[in-house]
Design a protein around this ligand. Structure first.
Ligand SMILES: [Cu+2]
Length: 145
């Protein structure tokens, strides 16, 4: 029992001593998601003074389909960032395609200064491989830059 307690304390100490620990966010489905998909996933972001690298892993999407993600600034439509319909930050765009099982992994880098006022990160169905959004977003998380 004593050893277990020490182990637990050691884990907490390690976690609090890691300054570059990437924040992790849980994605929540958005109302713009087409019927028949149930996106589940997480977003992690690791940043230094100049660059933020963001990775999103999502399952439950449509198979073999392009998706596009961005950071967004706060909009006026709602006080919930994910419902605020805020302007996207184009330089943060990441485009990717799901596999046959509807799983998507996106990784992209953006200047940290570009997303300094971001309040949410979301993923839209993309009309094409260029990242033209096809809807208002299928899954989203608020973020703290
Ligand atoms: Cu977006």
């Amino acid at each position: 029992m004593k050893n277990l307690m020490l182990l637990a304390l050691g884990t907490v100490a390690l976690a609090s001593c890691a300054p570059m620990m990437a924040p992790a966010y849980t994605l929540t489905p958005q109302s713009g998601a087409p019927a028949g998909i149930t996106p589940v996933g997480t977003v992690s972001a690791s940043k230094d003074a100049t660059t933020t690298t963001t990775t999103a892993k999502v399952s439950g999407l449509a198979a073999n389909t392009y998706y596009v993600a961005h950071y967004h600034k706060m909009g006026m439509a709602n006080t919930d960032p994910c419902r605020s319909a805020g302007p996207l930050i184009m330089s943060s765009m990441i485009v990717g395609q799901t596999d046959a099982g509807g799983t998507l992994t996106l990784t992209g880098s953006v200047a940290t200064a570009d997303i300094a006022s971001a309040t949410y990160f979301n993923i839209h169905t993309s009309k094409d491989s260029m990242g033209t959004p096809g809807d208002g977003g299928v899954t989203c998380t608020s973020v703290t830059p």
